[in-house]
Design a protein around this ligand. Structure first.
Ligand code: M6R
Length: 442
């Protein structure tokens, strides 16, 4: 007997066996037929069947939800870990997420109306954006903040869902809420979304799991088509979330007249090209493997960056700590000298993200500060930009692209770095200690 109250619950309908889980991906290796329970539903499972009733025992005629999609997603397909497989699936995930969103009219790309769902009046009406999410999805939201503010010139707040729900936020009319969640079942994110709706806000959700709670409760919904993500550490979901945010921002800019149709189409073209560049960025992993074999016994790593590079540093740091158990921190590079620099000593490993062309010189000055104190510096820079190479001990280059979309490419070596560091340390990469894939409790 099972019952649902607040936290999600799904029942998987098998043959001679039935399943209970807190989200859809958990049952997919066994069945693609699921019942999604609502609050107050009671399920009675036997090996032969499933009956669903209300709390007072009345039978409810629930529809079976048939999950479609790639059956191979639940297999490692020759990779040692799901995480490595999912990192390498990113070129496809980026393509699969973006292509169905777009259409070409008179030679110009724009977003399809049925994908955006908002009518032109609504697109022009919002004058504030509030993005709410947890963990990696929150980090995608931080990128979203920089990008939306830079392009649309509207104020954007980005909140960690567990903070948002209790901080009694000010939500003026005209706020568009964007909720980001891979699983669509994260308890804090769901609660924050309900809070936003209670305050009269319209919620646009970005999620990867079809039929998830976030998908069902949002006013507007855009799926990332990253496919099933099994490793606890989120990789392809993150880059797909970035892709949706970029596409959204571009379409909003087009409809609000901030970008001409030609400029917006040009940006969509660049986004369409990201998949190929992502492939380039993950093809040669030798350098990353070699670096990991030399540095895997570190106790602490600092990630620095400015602007979008800071948003990226946050994600790079989370990735490393959650799977390798190495302490790591992300710092806005300019904030270093307000305290953290005291921790830099002979041999401290510092990763400096330096992809933002207008900020590279500033980041280089921070690289000099830590080098003088004995740090070993690995920098991430854009192909063709040799400036940081003169100061850092090593530089990894990402394919040349606009600063604006660089995070999609720059995160890839950071995911691989975390992966190989964890591999060298013998960690349980797909199921790191103390963590769950969907955090369905508070
Ligand atoms: O399913 P969600 O995107 O809502 O999950 C949010 C976080 O729990 C998740 O991103 C978590 O931080 C990952 N382990 C990060 O790799």
């Amino acid at each position: 007997y099972v019952a649902r109250k607040d936290s999600p619950m799904v029942l998987g309908l098998g043959e001679g066996e039935n399943f209970i889980a807190s989200d859809i991906p958990a049952v997919l290796p066994y069945t693609r037929k699921v019942f999604i329970l609502e609050d107050g539903d009671v399920g009675i499972l036997t090996t032969e069947g499933i009956t669903i009733t209300s709390l007072d025992g009345k039978t409810i005629d629930h529809k079976v939800f048939e999950v479609t999609g790639d059956a191979e997603a639940a297999e490692k397909g020759g990779y040692e870990h799901f995480m490595s497989k999912e990192i390498h699936e990113q070129p496809k995930a980026l393509r699969d997420t973006l292509q169905p969103m777009l259409e070409q009219k008179d030679g110009l790309w724009s977003m399809r109306d049925d994908i955006l769902q908002m009518d032109p009046g609504q697109v022009k009406a919002f004058d504030r954006v509030a993005i709410v999410a947890c963990g990696t999805a929150y980090h995608a939201g931080v990128v979203g903040k920089y990008v939306f503010e830079r392009v649309l010139r509207v104020p954007v707040e980005v909140d960690i869902a567990s903070e948002y729900r209790y901080r009694d936020p000010v939500t003026p009319p005209g706020t568009l809420f964007i909720i980001i969640s891979q699983s669509g079942e994260t308890a804090d994110t769901l609660a924050a979304m309900r809070e936003a709706k209670k305050r009269g806000g319209k919620v646009l959700a970005i999620t990867n799991v079809v039929g998830s709670s976030v998908a069902r409760e949002a006013d507007y919904l855009i799926y990332t088509w990253a496919g099933l993500e099994i490793a606890v550490a989120s990789t392809k979901a993150y880059t797909s979330q970035l892709m949706v945010l970029y596409a959204l921002c571009t379409e909003f800019a087009r409809q609000r007249g901030v970008m001409s149709p030609q400029e917006a189409s040009g940006m969509f073209e660049k986004l369409l090209g990201l998949s190929e560049q992502a492939q380039e960025a993950i093809t040669n992993v030798d350098e990353i493997q070699r670096f990991a074999s030399e540095h895997f016994d570190r106790h602490s790593v600092f990630f620095l960056g400015r602007g979008l590079d800071y948003a990226l540093a946050m994600e790079a740091s989370l990735k490393l700590k959650e799977i390798s158990y190495i302490h790591s921190e992300a710092y806005a590079a300019g904030e270093l000298k307000h305290g953290t620099i005291a921790l830099i000593e002979e041999g401290t490993l510092v990763v400096a993200m330096a992809t933002q062309q207008a900020l590279v010189e500033k980041t280089i000055s921070n690289v000099k500060e830590v080098k003088v104190r004995g740090a070993y510096v690995l920098a991430i820079a854009m192909e063709g930009d040799e400036r940081v190479a003169q100061e850092a001990d090593e530089v990894w280059y990402i394919p040349k692209t606009d600063d604006f979309i660089a995070p999609v490419l720059a995160v890839l070596p950071m995911q691989l770095f975390a992966y190989y560091m964890a591999l060298m340390r013998g960690c349980d990469i797909d199921k790191p200690r103390n963590l769950a894939k969907s955090v369905t409790v508070e």
